[in-house]
Design a protein around this ligand. Structure first.
Ligand code: PLP
Length: 329
C-alpha cells in the first residue's frame, strides 16, 4: 500500500547504526510487548498490533534514544554531561540514561511545564531548569548553559544517536511481524517516524510507514508535504505531538521514506485513548493513542489491513486522566 518509495541512502544514519543501538538498548531493557486485541480490531476494522512503549521504565519510547546517546559519548564528554530542552518524555529519557552512566544532565523546560514533568527529571537525578514562555526560549537558555559549562547541547530532533536509538523499536516490530502492511507512528519532531522509515526500507519494503500528527500542531506534517522546513501554530493539548517547527534530519529521511502522513483532531485522540483503555487495558497518553486515532479516522487507508500502531507513551497528565472517563468510547 502507499506510494512507491525510493531507497534511503546518503543519510547520516543506516540500518547498521540502528542494529548497533539495539545491542546497547538490549543490555538495559527487554523488548516491549506487541499485542493484538480482538475487541480493538473490531472497533478499528483492521488487524492491529499495539507496540507497548508505554511499558518502558520512563513511560515512553524515547528512553531508547537516551540510552544510545549516552553510550556513544566518549567518557570525557560524558563526564561534562548534557544540556537539553524538552516539555516531557525526552527530558526523562536523557535523565534516566544519564543516571545509569553517572553523568550530569540539565533539562530546560518552559516555566509553564507541568510540575510533575520537572519532578520526574529530578527523581532520575537530573536538574530541571524552568524558564521562559516557550520551548524556543528553553532552547536558547539551554544553549547558553551548555556554552558556559562545556556540557554537550543535545537537540531532541536533530541528534543522529537519538534516531538510531528509537529505531530499535521498529527492529523489534518487524522481526516479530515481518508481513505488516503498515506501521503508524505518532510524530512530534519526527525522530521515531524517520527511524521507522530506515528500518522498514531495509527489512520490509512492502510495509508503509505512515505518520500521524495533531491537526492543531501540523508543523511536521506541513513540512513533509511542502518539502521544506516550516513553522506552524502549536495548539494541540497533546504533549509529544506538540512541536512548532520541522526538524531537518528527520524531515530529510521522512521525505525519502514516509508513505503518507495523517492529521487527527485532539477529540479523535481522546476517543482513541478511551478505546485503548476499554479494549486493550492500556493507559496511553494522548500521543500514545494517536496511531489508533489515525486508523479509526482513515478506513480508506487501513480497513482490513495488518497494521502496527506504536503506543509511544503512557505519561498521561492529570488533565488527560480527567478526560479519560467522559464522552463516548
Ligand atoms: C516524543 C513523543 C512523540 C513524538 O516523537 P518524535 O520522535 O519527536 O516525533 C510521540 N509520542 C510520545 C509519547 C512522545 O514522547
Amino acid at each position: 500500500m502507499g506510494r512507491s518509495r525510493p531507497t534511503i541512502d546518503g543519510m547520516e544514519l543506516t540500518l547498521a547504526d540502528i542494529r548497533a543501538a539495539h545491542d546497547v538498548v538490549r543490555r538495559h531493557l527487554p523488548p516491549t510487548p506487541l499485542w493484538n486485541y480482538p475487541l480493538l480490531d473490531r472497533e478499528l476494522g483492521a488487524n492491529v498490533l499495539v507496540k507497548h512503549e508505554n511499558t518502558q521504565p520512563v513511560g515512553a519510547f524515547k528512553v531508547r534514544g537516551g540510552l544510545t546517546l549516552l553510550d556513544a559519548m566518549p567518557a570525557g564528554e560524558r563526564a561534562r554531561g548534557t544540556v537539553t530542552w524538552s516539555t516531557g518524555n525526552h527530558a526523562q529519557s536523557i535523565a534516566y540514561a544519564s543516571r545509569l552512566h553517572d553523568a550530569p544532565c540539565t533539562v530546560v523546560m518552559p516555566s509553564h511545564a507541568s510540575p510533575s514533568k520537572a519532578a520526574a527529571v529530578e527523581a532520575w537525578g537530573g536538574r530541571a531548569v524552568l524558564t521562559g514562555d516557550t520551548l524556543e526560549d528553553a532552547q536558547r537558555h539551554a544553549g547558553k548553559l551548555a556554552a558556559e559549562s562545556g556540557a554537550r547541547l543535545v537537540s531532541p530532533g536533530d541528534t543522529p544517536e537519538l534516531l538510531a536509538g528509537v529505531g530499535t523499536l521498529y527492529l523489534e516490530i518487524l522481526e516479530q511481524a515481518p508481513d505488516l502492511d503498515a506501521i503508524v507512528v505518532p510524530v512530534g519532531s519526527g525522530t521515531g517516524a524517520a527511524a521507522a522509515c530506515l528500518v522498514a526500507a531495509a527489512l520490509a519494503p512492502g510495509c508503509a510507514v505512515i505518520g500521524v500528527q495533531a491537526a492543531a500542531s501540523p508543523a511536521a506534517h506541513d513540512s513533509w508535504r511542502a518539502g521544506e522546513l516550516l513553522s506552524r501554530p502549536n495548539r494541540t493539548a497533546v504533549a509529544g505531538l506538540a512541536t512548532g517547527r520541522g526538524f531537518d534530519l528527520p524531515q530529510r529521511i521522512m521525505r525519502a521514506g514516509l508513505a503518507d502522513f495523517v492529521l487527527v483532531g485532539d477529540d479523535e485522540i481522546d476517543v482513541a485513548r478511551r478505546l485503548l483503555a476499554t479494549t486493550a487495558h492500556t493507559l496511553a497518553e494522548g500521543a500514545g493513542a494517536a496511531g489508533v486515532a489515525a486508523v479509526l479516522s482513515r478506513p480508506d487507508l487501513f480497513a482490513g489491513r495488518s497494521v502496527a500502531v506504536v503506543c509511544t507513551g503512557g505519561n498521561a497528565d492529570a488533565a488527560e486522566l480527567g478526560t479519560l472517563a467522559g464522552g463516548r468510547g
